[in-house]
Design a protein around this ligand. Structure first.
Ligand SMILES: [Zn+2]
Length: 83
């Protein structure tokens, strides 16, 4: 994917000033920046970049569990002393 043009073109800001994706009101900051989306999520939805975590927005919970379970694997060590 070397020649991929990553220049993203935002959709024009709607005449009514609402989010281009879900039609919600945009926060002041977005209006200031001329950002046509009300949130980063809407931006990602527009460009087709949606994370699984967006669905149940609970950051960290899953990752912590996985890290805790990873240490269990180092138990199978036994010395074989054969002469
Ligand atoms: Zn939106």
């Amino acid at each position: 994917m070397t020649d991929l043009d990553l220049t993203l073109n935002d959709p024009p800001v709607r005449e009514d000033g609402l989010c281009a994706v879900d039609g919600k009101e945009r926060p002041e900051l977005a209006v200031e920046k001329g950002d046509p989306f009300c949130s980063q999520l809407c931006c990602r939805v527009y460009y087709g970049v949606v994370f699984p975590s967006d669905a149940n927005s609970r950051p960290n919970a899953k990752r912590r569990k996985r890290e805790a379970g990873e240490e269990v694997t180092m138990t199978g060590r036994r010395k074989v002393a054969k002469v």
